[in-house]
Ligand binder design. Structure first.
Ligand SMILES: [Zn+2]
Length: 457
């Protein structure tokens, strides 16, 4: 495998050479569990799922994606809705898993929860204090950004940007306005743990430094997330980890995906264009959502539109039509080399998708049923590396969204098709056409084939 990925740290595409041949360790920042994930949050999880699938072909991959279950946003939300923090986080983690499953994600190797790794965080903070990278002030422990010459090397921010970007609250106990919190005091209302610095809780950044080290060691292959995490989150993770473990430790490659807009605008609650994965799943199958999320290159901004979703649905329909009649015999190694080539070139998913359509065209033109079947197997295996084709073709076409629950069910459709066949036998073609139109009005397409009438939603 000659995988090249754009490394944010060096601002260029680089050949990925794992630390240990045949092994690969990657860490992706998971959700802060206080609410449903929105489609912008879902994009990195889908992208890194494809990277995971690709790497698994040639390496033993250790994929760690954390859950942040201690955070001020969680405390605030729990107060707002009058729930306990425990109930809120347990429920939100359940929702997250449901959504990720619906989007066809593989489970990571480990999904550590921050609250289960506080001792590791405390040990790391103590290490940073001992090495002169952190100091205590009024029950807080702060990272001294001045103590690390390389601070800012990932985001390439200058000092003023670092201060402005840190969006720091007025905190008189900070030696430098850009210093960030590693530990902060908790009161009896807020979750907290005993520590050498009093009863308190960790800052967000230290969670990922401690958990990545726990599962992947001080140095590992790749760290990923959305571009919005480069600063301050990833810059601070890097400062903590290299502060604790020495220069040139921590992630060797950094991979970040572009942001998502909705109809050309930034998604926000105030603009009313905030779409959760759950809402999108009410209308569209998870694969349709996955398809649109990978239809642009991961480093590009992605625009989420109804039109794009409809196009994704039609594209998948076209591909699934080509998989009708495929006898599944587990040909997972039949992946098209051009698709692998596209993915190995900085995860070029749009190119991989267009190649799937080329294969579909070849299937439609195939002269013999043997070559047709071979191409179908290649199509299926190639789509599966992108996390597509998780359904049998007939299940794809008969799938009905929750939003369409009131529309015709499978039995209604089958009996209308039977009526239409009878009408045609009786040579009552206008009645047959009427049934076809009625079904079409409900979004049901009929296709008359030598083997009978096929239908799809
Ligand atoms: Zn993180």
């Amino acid at each position: 495998m000659a995988l090249h990925i754009y490394n944010t740290l060096h601002h260029k595409k680089e050949l990925i050479e794992p630390l240990k041949e045949g092994h690969f360790g990657m860490y992706v920042c998971g959700p802060t569990v206080y609410d449903r994930v929105h489609i912008g949050n879902a994009r990195p999880y889908v992208i890194f799922d494809i990277l995971y699938r690709l790497l698994k072909r040639s390496c033993k991959v250790l994929y760690v994606r954390n859950l942040t279950d201690v955070d001020d946003k969680i405390n605030k939300r729990a107060r707002e809705i009058g729930s306990s923090i425990h109930d809120l986080t347990v429920q939100t983690i359940g929702w997250f898993h449901e959504d990720m499953q619906a989007l066809g994600l593989l489970e990571p190797s480990h999904e550590p929860r921050a609250t289960q790794h506080v001792p590791e965080m405390i040990a790391m903070i103590q290490n940073l204090i001992d090495k002169g990278h952190a100091y205590t002030a009024e029950g807080h422990v702060l990272y001294s950004v001045d103590s690390l010459r390389e601070y800012g090397c990932l985001s390439r921010h200058n000092r003023d940007e670092l201060i402005a970007g840190a969006r720091v609250e007025i905190a008189p106990y900070k030696r430098d306005p850009a210093d960030f919190v590693l530990w902060k005091p908790s009161d009896s209302e807020t979750p907290g743990w005993k520590s050498p610095w009093g009863f308190g809780r960790p800052g967000w950044h230290i969670e990922c430094s401690a958990m990545s080290c726990r599962y992947l060691g001080p140095t590992f292959d790749l760290h990923g997330g959305g571009q919005d995490l480069v600063f301050p989150h990833h810059e601070n993770e890097l400062a903590q980890s290299t502060g604790a473990h020495g220069p040139h430790t921590f992630a060797r490659y950094w991979m970040h995906n572009g942001m998502l807009t909705v109809n050309g605008e930034k998604m926000s609650k105030s603009l009313g264009n905030f779409v959760t994965v759950r809402e999108a799943l009410q209308k569209f199958h998870g694969e349709t959502i996955r398809y649109i999320l990978i239809s642009s290159h991961y480093r590009q901004q992605l625009d989420w539109t109804d039109e794009g979703l409809s196009q994704s649905k039609s594209s998948l329909d076209r591909l699934y039509i080509c998989l009708r009649g495929l006898v599944d015999d587990g040909h997972e190694n039949a992946v098209d080399p051009k698709i692998l080539e596209a993915l190995e070139d900085d995860l070029n998913t749009p190119l991989a998708l267009s190649r799937l359509h080329e294969i579909a065209t070849s299937i439609n033109k195939a002269k013999s049923s043997k070559s047709r079947m071979q191409l179908m197997q290649i199509l299926k295996a190639s789509g599966q590396i992108l996390g597509l084709f998780g359904l049998a073709a007939e299940d794809w076409f008969t799938w009905r969204s929750a939003a369409a629950a009131d529309s015709l069910n499978d039995e209604d459709i089958k009996s209308l098709i039977a009526e239409r066949i009878q009408a045609r036998v009786n040579k009552d073609f206008s009645a047959a056409d009427l049934i076809r139109d009625k079904l079409l009005a409900q979004g049901i397409h009929l296709e008359d084939t030598p083997n009978g009438t096929l239908w799809r939603r």
